[in-house]
Design a protein. Structure first.
Length: 430
């Protein structure tokens, strides 16, 4: 679980800002929405971010996507860019490093990851963990004479001189330590626990334009429990859908299509190469076909109809994808960022999605952005006050980030929603 993220000089965040999932002493929905790690740490499972268009809400989620990309992507060569995007509305920031710090828990073990880099190279990358209240360094990587120099804490992780050298050699100045570590066959239990968390517990950002249908179809074709979960959700949300089937079918391909799909594929990964060989041999492509079963009441009584996904509403298909992602998040205890969650969803359906997630018990975390201020009327009925954040962009182009509980007297307000609309918390137009 993530406890805190610090960001500096990334996209619209010029000055350092801090986003955290730390829970206050508020007891509302504590059993389901708060995870107690230890006597000093209580973490929220949900955060919701408000702000007008271009205020920086999406950039906050982009931090997670960038870090996930950086941790796992191997550059083609030393000239490849790192992928980081600094603050550009300033004469100096574009040439200064971007800085990140992530405090997270792998089960009950606390870690702190730090990163400083520009578009060409990494200046600092460091991972620490906590045996006590003070951090213990696991590795620290700095740039020396144009090359990465990695120091390990031999008291925390035993590693041979040969393995150290191999990791240093593979750690290009524009790549993450974890990419280099993946290329060396050595056991580093504490470091690898963090690496596996980074790989398996941080899901990609879902944006308003993300095409979720293929993802949801694939997941549903492999997991019957997921279908049961989604059908139950849709039925309770007043859809007349009573079943979903997602099956893999084979479709014959003409010669010209086979040639197009299989030629010039020398640089693909092993899985893709195997699929190319299968296409050449079987001359078919595998596709997932999804149909929705509708049970309706009419003059003939109860009737059942099968409908292909192309005939379903945008809201139904969006719900199908969103619920597949949320299901996987709480099953795998992952962090799921969703930008503008309300896209194509009726307000009541949006509330239903949040209600179903927030009543579950899991170490998953959901962070969403939204323009739906109606959810502010549900504070202390569905959503905790310490889950609400705001972004506001200044005339300088800099995004400010702050949370609802930073304001005094919010418990005395008759309507948080009206106070927000009246610009009590900023993060509105004009």
């Amino acid at each position: 679980m993530i406890q805190e993220i610090k960001i500096k000089n990334f996209r619209s965040f010029k000055d350092e800002v801090s986003f955290n999932f730390t829970a206050t002493n508020d007891k509302f929905a504590e059993e389901s929405q708060v995870v107690t790690i230890n006597e000093n740490t209580r973490l929220l499972r949900f955060a919701i971010v408000y702000g007008y268009n271009a205020s920086g809400k999406s950039n906050l989620l982009e931090v997670l996507d960038f870090l996930s990309y950086f941790w796992s992507s191997k550059p083609k060569d030393l000239d490849s860019k790192t992928g980081v995007v600094p603050f550009k509305f300033d004469r100096t920031s574009a040439d200064e490093p971007s800085c990140f710090e992530v405090v997270f828990f792998v089960q009950d073990t606390k870690y702190c990851y730090q990163l400083e880099l520009d578009q060409q190279q990494v200046y600092l990358e460091k991972l620490s963990y906590y045996k006590t209240t003070q951090p213990t360094m696991l590795f620290e990587r700095r740039l020396k004479d144009g090359q990465s120099d990695i120091q390990f804490n031999s008291k925390a992780e035993k590693i041979s001189a040969t393995a150290k050298e191999m990791i240093n050699v593979n750690c290009l100045k524009n790549t993450s330590f974890f990419v280099a570590r993946n290329q060396v066959n050595v056991s580093l239990p504490l470091i690898d626990a963090a690496k596996e968390w980074m790989r398996n517990h941080l899901m990609p950002v879902i944006s308003p334009t993300t095409r979720l249908t293929s993802y949801a179809q694939k997941e549903a074709s492999e997991n019957k429990e997921l279908i049961t979960y989604i059908v139950k959700f849709l039925h309770e949300a007043d859809f007349n859908i009573t079943d979903i089937s997602s099956n893999i079918i084979s479709k014959q391909l003409p010669d010209e299509v086979i040639k197009f799909l299989t030629e010039d594929q020398d640089d693909t990964d092993e899985a893709s190469i195997k699929e190319i060989e299968r296409i050449r041999k079987e001359r078919t492509i595998k596709q997932i076909q999804t149909t929705f079963e509708h049970t309706v009441e009419n003059n003939n009584g109860t009737e059942i109809y099968q409908m292909d996904k192309q005939y379903e509403s945008t809201g139904t298909i969006r719900t199908f994808g969103i619920e597949a992602a949320i299901y996987n998040a709480f099953k795998s205890e992952a962090i799921l960022p969703i930008d503008e969650l309300e896209t194509s969803l009726h307000p009541m359906l949006l509330e239903k999605i949040l209600f179903e997630y927030l009543k579950t018990h899991s170490r998953s975390q959901l962070i969403v952005t939204t323009h739906n201020d109606g959810l502010l009327d549900l504070l202390d009925d569905l959503i905790r006050k310490d889950s609400v954040w705001f972004t506001e962009k200044q005339k300088s182009g800099i995004t400010e980030l702050y949370k609802l509980t930073d304001f005094k007297g919010i418990n005395r307000l008759s309507s948080i929603r009206e106070a927000y609309r009246n610009k009590r918390f900023g993060a509105t137009m004009g």
